[in-house]
Design a binder for this molecule. Structure first.
Ligand SMILES: O=C(CO)COP(=O)(O)O
Length: 127
């Protein structure tokens, strides 16, 4: 089965997400990807990945991804959060990260941990 990865980035972290996805493009193109709306749009347009786009984060996208995760449909979350900017949907963000902890799902919230998680997943996917 393909690895199912959720990709989410706050506005000031979206360029980092694009750089990350570009670096791991070959691996990610073999995964099943889901993303919040704006992040997903950029991944499609700028990296050429196939992504199931949910609503934008402030409109419930984090909750949609959280729901998928609770249903056992997501193996890993890359969520590049912006710790310096208050978000109107902070409760949704916390709910998603909490759901990762409740269900013991890897959740990388910064570039350093995202690299560790993706490089390890990529290694495991090799024949
Ligand atoms: O706000 C977000 C995550 O909390 C991300 O949403 P967008 O990808 O739509 O910007």
């Amino acid at each position: 089965m393909k690895t199912r990865i959720a990709l989410i980035a706050h506005d000031k972290k979206k360029d980092d997400m694009i750089a990350l996805a570009t670096e791991y493009r070959e691996f990610l193109s073999g995964c099943t990807l889901v993303a919040t709306g704006t992040t997903g749009g950029r991944l499609v347009n700028e990296v050429g990945l196939q992504v199931d786009r949910k609503h934008s984060g402030p409109f419930g996208g984090d909750l949609q991804i959280g729901s998928l995760l609770v249903e056992g449909m997501i193996d890993c979350v890359i969520f590049l959060r912006d710790p310096m900017t208050p978000q109107p949907h902070e409760p949704d963000i916390n709910a998603l990260v909490r759901a990762c902890d409740v269900h013991n799902t890897p959740c990388a919230t910064n570039m350093a941990s995202a690299h560790l998680v993706l490089s390890q997943l990529q290694l495991r996917a090799q024949p």
